[in-house]
Write a protein that binds this ligand. Structure first.
Ligand SMILES: [Mg+2]
Length: 238
């Protein structure tokens, strides 16, 4: 207890959170949205089953997101291309359907509200002690409804997306932009995120402390400030 007390005398004033897969359960919510679309458009006539559709979409989406993050593809193209490629893998060439589904997915997914276990509890706890903000690489009009619908928007002072700042994490300028919005100094700020490269190495390179949320306990070689397996463990440090 004494050690805990000692540790908590830190200089942090601001806690910056990643959103997808850190607070908002991206995998579960994505599966729920894709399930709606699968049955709505009778895609069981195209794919052998729902998991196949979801896995195929996941592969295409990851590949194309990477291109988007590298600036090789616009978000408008990404939005339908990932479905066009998914359908084409199972022999359906239908760009119009891909466009419809692409729009629908973006409308439906942000309305899903499953959070990572412990999210609400840790936000409640931290918001009484620190100023909380979000730094996300997502689209503005997608990330805001996610926070509102799952009733966690109220915990945050600033919600900054890469679309707004013009820079994607791990680019140091994405962090710099968010900190300046929040009027926060590096040495009084800490970043919480699930992505070792994007959130943690990014924040570290920028010069702020980090809490690596690593629920699967994936081994790694990066020296991080703190590491937790469950969000509620953050209470041990902050
Ligand atoms: Mg994330």
């Amino acid at each position: 207890m004494i050690l805990n007390f000692f540790f908590k005398h830190n200089a942090y004033k601001h806690v910056f959170f990643d959103l997808d897969r850190t607070l908002w359960d991206f995998e579960q919510n994505m599966r729920d949205a894709l399930k709606d679309i699968f049955f709505e458009h009778q895609l069981d006539t195209v794919f052998p089953d729902l998991p196949t559709f979801i896995n195929t979409f996941n592969q295409k989406n990851n590949y194309l997101w990477d291109k988007y993050l590298k600036g090789e593809m616009t978000k408008e193209v990404l939005r339908y291309k990932r479905f066009e490629a998914t359908l084409e893998d199972y022999g359906l060439v239908n760009p119009r359907l891909a466009k419809t589904i692409g729009e629908e997915y973006l409308n439906v997914m942000p309305l899903k509200t499953t959070l990572i276990p412990g999210s609400r509890e840790i936000l409640e706890y931290l918001s009484e002690r620190y100023k909380l903000h979000v730094i996300s690489n997502g689209f503005q009009e997608v990330q805001l409804p996610k926070l509102q619908r799952s009733h966690i928007a109220k915990y945050f002072q600033w919600i900054v997306t890469s679309e707004q700042s013009g820079y994607h994490k791990p680019d140091a300028r994405a962090f710099a932009y968010a900190l300046s919005k929040a009027n926060a100094r590096k040495d009084e700020s800490i970043m919480v995120g699930d992505d070792l490269e994007i959130d943690i190495a990014g924040a570290k390179k920028f010069g702020m402390d980090q809490i690596y949320f690593n629920p699967s306990k994936t081994p790694h070689r990066i020296k991080v400030t703190f590491e937790v397996r469950d969000l509620r463990e953050i209470k041990e440090y902050l």
